[in-house]
Design a binder for this molecule. Structure first.
Ligand SMILES: Nc1ncnc2c1ncn2[C@@H]1O[C@H](COP(=O)(O)OP(=O)(O)OP(=O)(O)O)[C@@H](O)[C@H]1O
Ligand SMILES: [Mg+2]
Length: 323
């Protein structure tokens, strides 16, 4: 580990997927193999007890990073190192998904859904102790111990997300990866779940990797924010510094898409076009076809990563210049 204050260190992480046509088609149509680079050279750290947010448009590689960090995918290149947990073993991350409907088995009672990781890891030595732990985590997330006997469909979307959180907490993890945990919920319910997650972070000393396409959501959760574009981190900084002084043109455009209640009629620069496909990434800086500041150099030369003035880093030839 580079620092004992870090819970997670991710270095130069790259993940490619083989998206070739089936073998027979390739042979008959003389097509080469095709690879898609979903995540490229991604480097970040998450401090113990802190929250790092990963933000970016659909398809930029956020969920792939989440799956790499939780071990669901193996890295193509690069390393993922967790600090030791309270027992001295490497921390294990638990994951909370966007859609609690799809991630909770509809045929199981809530009590069994939450007890599964406890049983699987042998964390309690009797059914009684397991049930007591289930009741405890249900209370922690604001549900009732009696809810253990009910089925997921008997709950609202917000309550179901509380069940997912209870399940993630059942094995007493120190690290949670939250992949768009509130994106499927109504705005009012979103706020309740975000407040719950903040309270749990304080009370249980959790560390979060928090994924969202919405900068407004992460502003109140994250200590630091990393902005991703087409598989790479293009800017990373402390939350308030990023909001106060965004340096990458992409970060600035993302910030302008947040509605401002104090200035509802302000003119917003619209993000031009769709994000390009990672199967066929643009040459030079991947953002240049959509960038209002792009010059001929941007189409030719990929920008290197530079430090930002108040800490953090940015990858743009013209970082900080006025738009
Ligand atoms: N298992 C896979 N096989 C092939 N391609 C994949 C696979 N998983 C992801 N991809 C591709 O990798 C890219 C990044 O996908 P990813 O799901 O990580 O994006 P995301 O940022 O989470 O998007 P969203 O906001 O829509 O959830 C996409 O182009 C996607 O099609
Ligand atoms: Mg995703």
């Amino acid at each position: 580990m580079r620092s004992p204050d870090n819970a997670l260190e991710v270095d130069q992480l790259t993940r490619t997927f083989d998206v070739s046509a089936p073998w027979l088609n390739r042979v008959l149509e003389r097509k080469p193999k095709r690879y898609l680079r979903a995540v490229q050279d991604v480097t970040f750290t998450v401090g113990r007890g802190k929250c790092l947010a990963l933000v970016g448009e659909s398809g930029c590689g956020k969920s792939t990073v989440a799956r790499l960090v939780t071990g669901l995918y193996a890295p193509t290149e690069g390393s993922i190192v967790f600090a030791p947990d309270r027992n001295g073993a490497p921390m294990e991350a638990q994951m909370i998904f966007q859609d609690p409907h799809a991630s909770l088995n509809p045929r199981w009672r809530v009590g069994d859904i939450i007890a599964e990781p406890i049983r699987e890891f042998g964390l309690r030595d009797s059914d009684e102790a397991t049930n007591a732990r289930v009741a405890e985590v249900l209370k922690i997330v604001g549900l009732s111990p009696d809810d253990a006997g009910r089925y997921p469909h008997e709950f609202s979307g917000g309550q179901r997300q509380r069940i997912s959180i209870a399940r993630a907490l059942a094995s007493e993890p120190e690290f949670l990866v939250c992949d768009e945990p509130t994106s499927a919920l109504d705005v009012s319910v979103q706020a309740q779940i975000l407040n719950l997650m903040r309270r749990l972070q304080d009370e249980l000393g959790l560390t979060y990797l928090f994924i969202s396409h919405n900068l407004a959501v992460v502003r109140h959760m994250a200590d630091r924010i990393a902005v991703m574009y087409l598989g790479r981190i293009v800017e990373e900084a402390e939350t308030e510094a990023l909001f106060a002084n965004p340096q990458h043109p992409y970060t600035r455009l993302l910030l302008q898409t947040i509605p401002d209640v104090r200035a509802p009629n302000r003119t917003r620069a619209l993000m031009g076009g769709e994000p390009p496909s990672p199967l066929n990434p643009p040459a030079g800086c991947a953002f240049h076809p959509r960038c209002p500041m792009a010059t001929e150099r941007c189409g030719r030369e990929a920008p290197s990563v530079r430090p930002r003035p108040e800490g953090g880093r940015v990858a743009c030839h013209y970082a900080g210049d006025s738009l």
